[in-house]
Design a protein around this ligand. Sequence first.
Ligand code: PBG
Length: 328
Amino acid sequence: MLLRPRRNRQSSAIRSMVRETELTVGHLVQPLFLIPDPNGRLPVTSLPGTFRLGIEQVLKEVEECVALGLQSFMMFPAVPEEHKDKTGTYATAADNFYLEAARRIKEKFPDICLISDVALDPYSSDGHDGVVINGKIDNDETLPLLDAMSVAQAQAGFDLIGPSDMMDGRVGSIRRALDAAGYTDTGIMAYTAKYASAFYGPFRDALDSAPRALENVPTDKKTYQMDPANTREALREAALDAAEGADFLMVKPALNYLDIIYRLHAAHPLPIAAYHVSGECAMLLAAAERGWLDYQQAASEALLSIRRAGASAIITYFAKDFAKWNVR
Ligand code: PBG
């Protein structure tokens, strides 16, 4: 036998030389769920190990993560019911606790990258990412609301704006609004190929943001999020977001959509972000809790596969644990 691939696997030193994919804490983004009570700490039952935190707790959490080498965070607000209405007015309210938290975080940790969430659902009494008018999720009436939300977030100090709403034309609309307000350096991490997925369950539990039962309005997000059956449509969305000024193209979820990550990475020179979503993390944690999988090994392998597919950045609830496993 002349050719023996095993020769290149026989020692850790050789395996290190031939390793093709690198996964470091620098690639990972830690999600944070924010609640109004400054010292609050509420578990997310469907995602063990993840908590909804008040600002004082978030500051501690970020400090711990930064000490472990993490530098990027994506924050979501759990908005109390009394602040929700049909157009999500609280999203830009002067006393909004999410915007205030961003200010506090960036004041204390100016070097981190803080990524926002732009969509109506955390603020919407209808639980949709866009405004519901006459039984429809109205695209064009939603855009100015998303623009205002983005400008308020840029003003609060977010480094990247994360439109997760899937309205048509929102990246360009937000880019123009940010530029007009002077925030030319605030980037956009566009949720480019966001699928109408079953894997967002624990996230919607955490924020109580699931679509509400409304007359003549579907309780799913299929009229704006993508059909899991489609690939070519993801390429179309990517071309639009790139042309509209996105700085990152995101694929979401990640593991069931590695082919989409691979395709976008091949088609566009923009960095690809992948959102390893709540349900994907929950599945693995549930199996690990039963002793069916080794958490550290399985989680590390899952994250590596997302990198291998072509993602630069990975948003994952495992970020902090991964950082702990890899402290030098
Ligand atoms: C909503 C939003 C969702 C997630 C991020 N932003 C849920 C949804 O679209 O219903 C899901 C993230 C996760 O499951 O971890 N704008």
